[in-house]
Design a binder for this molecule. Structure first.
Ligand SMILES: Cc1cc2nc3c(=O)[nH]c(=O)nc-3n(C[C@H](O)[C@H](O)[C@H](O)COP(=O)(O)OP(=O)(O)OC[C@H]3O[C@@H](n4cnc5c(N)ncnc54)[C@H](O)[C@@H]3O)c2cc1C
Ligand code: SF4
Length: 327
């Protein structure tokens, strides 16, 4: 690992100013992704700006019934928070389905959202990767691409976003609160992540140096009936082969409202608007859920090794919604 300097900023403005002044600086949350990538030589910051002493580590219940989650709240604390467990079970389940207990004790909310792809070629500095080194090519496009995207990929990049938390937050219409050099700004999470297009190295719509300070959840009483299903190669300590975050609001058997988001299918957490549209206003049945998933996945373009993701995503959509309908 290369030598680097370490800074502990006095406050949010100081952190943002430090990033502005140092072109190779990076924020440090729990370090569970960044430090690994530094050891591999994939990221080479010369200054780390440690966020973990900033006062961003609380979960606050808002007067409107929503929740504000500080950027340095640890994943394990968030999963255990009584308001999260009561009002947004999809969030608690997504967090508990991720990584391991030790990692969740370190990982922060902001760091989780901005963790980098697990594409194995991205992590291997000996391989071509447009995301790591723009213009070098994409070794995954015709390589081993079992874990990669089926929707919205480009010839330049077929990576997926790895975060389970981001999928749950996408279903919940969370708002990401950020601080830039000219002050604070709110970004709906559905507008935070980019498609890979011709610039897969640009992963979000935030400018370099932007600090995530918090995530705000709008009040959503229907989310009390919500869940997260994740399929992976082993029971724990593994990224998703497919996942779904689901919220279901029924009036009798009629679908009054529904929120769905998919993980492991695209460069960003995938909000399944088309599936939601198929479901809303109709009597719920597993067959309807299957049709809705098929409508969402109609434009999928599986790669050589990942066609299994389509029936898998369909099956977990049906299962998640059927379980919610019966609960
Ligand atoms: C073996 C293993 C298994 C895993 N399994 C899963 C899994 O199944 N599901 C899952 O979702 N995750 C999984 N993870 C990933 C883990 O959840 C992430 O590493 C973790 O959430 C990152 O959080 P962090 O605080 O440690 O981020 P860091 O490593 O500190 O930072 C990650 C990135 O975010 C930036 N950053 C951090 N905080 C902020 C902020 N507030 N504002 C702006 N930028 C910021 C950093 O500069 C860096 O680029 C796994 C990790 C490992 C090592
Ligand atoms: S899929 Fe994306 S991250 Fe993976 S090698 Fe290709 S460009 Fe790099």
């Amino acid at each position: 690992m290369r030598a680097f300097r370490y800074h502990r900023p006095a406050d949010v403005a100081d952190a943002v100013a430090l990033l502005g002044a140092e072109p190779q600086a990076a924020y440090l949350g729990g370090g569970t992704n960044l430090v690994d990538l530094m050891k591999l030589g994939v990221q080479r910051p010369d200054v780390l700006v440690d966020l973990t002493r900033l006062p961003l580590d609380t979960v606050e219940e808002l007067p409107d019934g929503g929740l504000r989650i500080g950027a340095t709240v640890r994943n394990s604390d968030l999963a255990a928070h009584p308001a999260v467990r009561r009002d947004y079970p999809v969030l608690a389940r997504a967090l508990l389905a991720a990584a391991s207990g030790q990692l969740r004790n370190m990982a922060t909310t902001g760091g989780n959202l901005l963790q980098r792809t697990r594409c194995v070629y991205f992590q291997d500095t000996g391989k071509a990767c447009n995301k790591r080194e723009p213009g070098s090519g994409c070794a995954a496009r015709h390589g081993q691409n079992r874990d990669l995207a089926v929707l919205d990929w480009s010839e330049q990049c077929v990576a997926t976003h790895p975060s389970d938390l981001a999928v749950a937050l996408t279903a919940l219409d969370a708002v990401v609160q950020v601080h830039e050099t000219d002050g604070p700004r709110d970004i709906p999470i559905t507008a935070l992540y980019r498609s890979p297009g011709t610039h897969p190295e640009r992963e979000t719509t935030m400018a370099r140096g932007t600090l995530i300070t918090a995530v705000r959840l709008p009040p959503l009483p229907a989310a009390r009936r919500s869940t997260y299903l994740k399929v992976r190669d082993r029971a724990s300590f593994a990224f998703a082969a497919g996942s779904v975050a689901a919220v279901l609001d029924l009036d009798g058997d009629l679908v009054r409202d529904v929120r769905l988001a998919y993980g492991a299918v695209a460069h960003r957490p995938w909000r399944a608007y088309r599936a939601e549209q198929e479901l809303r206003g109709h009597p719920f049945s597993p067959a309807l859920a299957a049709r809705a998933a098929d409508a969402e996945l109609a434009e999928a373009r599986p790669l050589r090794h990942n066609g299994f993701k389509l029936p898998l995503t369909r099956a977990i959509t049906v299962r998640a919604l059927t379980e919610l309908a019966a609960s």
